[in-house]
Design a protein around this ligand. Structure first.
Ligand SMILES: [Zn+2]
Length: 277
């Protein structure tokens, strides 16, 4: 049996415009300002990836602070399009404990990007004073964008955390030929998938014996329809880049060795354990 597994975990959900997932032609302002009564709920997934190199957490989902005053916590403009909900029992630390993993057992946290529904849980697994994850990784493009913008990003979510930025290498792998082989053996490869944000990052999890692989796509799409039918979401920072990123996922998904491609907010994906073999 393969020693590479991906546990899909869901830290609550996020309420968004129904135009967000698969409505390319929407007015972006209308997507942001959609009235609450018309919004839909989508899951907020994170992934515990276990390989012979240890445990990697891809994104950190909602933290428990979301249960308080969201208006203040998410900073007003972000609260409008991104209301969150974190039911009891779906806290990140609780979900990890259910997998037998304490925060200090995490070797790496890798971010798909730094939007608030992906970073809110970070302080609970790597914050100051916590015996937490050994390393927190984000690509430089995303870090630079997130440190600059106080409209989209909430810098308090990584305040006091020792975040390591990395540069993608020009490997020829990925939609723009830029990727980072995290362990030098092809088992875990971060891939630059820009478009949703400047530094959006996917993770290719590969079983080295069979060559089979699973792709964690972050928010590059909102479900299989995104890359199977090349449907962009209602919001993007760069549609041309996103088109290229989705086209690459489309091609990968058709590869016979590809087990699946998973989007963070795919309403059709439930918590589950996936063997990559
Ligand atoms: Zn998201």
């Amino acid at each position: 049996m393969s020693d590479t597994t991906v546990q899909v975990l869901q830290t609550g959900r996020v309420q968004v415009s129904p135009r967000l997932p698969f409505q390319t032609g929407s007015n972006q302002l209308a997507v942001v300002l959609c009235p609450k009564r018309r919004r839909i709920w989508l899951p907020v997934s994170v992934y515990l990836v276990r390989t012979s190199h240890g445990s990697l957490l891809f994104d950190t989902g909602w933290g428990t602070t979301i249960r308080g005053n969201q208006h203040a916590y998410l900073h007003f403009p972000n609260y409008v399009p991104n209301t969150g909900e974190l039911p009891q029992g779906q806290e990140l630390v609780t979900l990890l404990a259910g997998c037998g993993v304490a925060p200090c057992d995490l070797d790496v946290i890798l971010f798909s990007h730094l939007d608030l529904d992906h970073t809110s849980g970070l302080l609970e697994v790597a914050g100051p004073g916590i015996d937490g994850a050994k390393k927190v990784l984000v690509c430089r493009e995303e870090w630079d964008a997130a440190e600059k913008s106080h409209v989209r990003y909430v810098q308090d979510m990584w305040k006091g955390v020792d975040v390591t930025t990395f540069e993608f290498d020009d490997t020829g792998f990925g939609p723009f030929g830029r990727s980072k082989d995290l362990y030098g053996d092809g088992s875990l490869t971060a891939v630059w998938l820009p478009g949703h944000t400047a530094g959006s990052t996917g993770l290719v999890v590969r079983d080295l014996q069979s060559g089979h692989f699973l792709i964690l796509a972050g928010d590059c799409g909102y479900g299989h329809q995104s890359w199977e039918q090349m449907v962009q979401p209602g919001l993007a920072v760069d549609r041309a880049q996103l088109e290229t990123s989705l086209a690459w996922l489309h091609e990968q998904a058709r590869d016979s060795r590809c087990i699946d491609v998973l989007a963070c907010h795919d309403a059709g994906v439930s918590p589950q354990l996936i063997q990559v073999c």
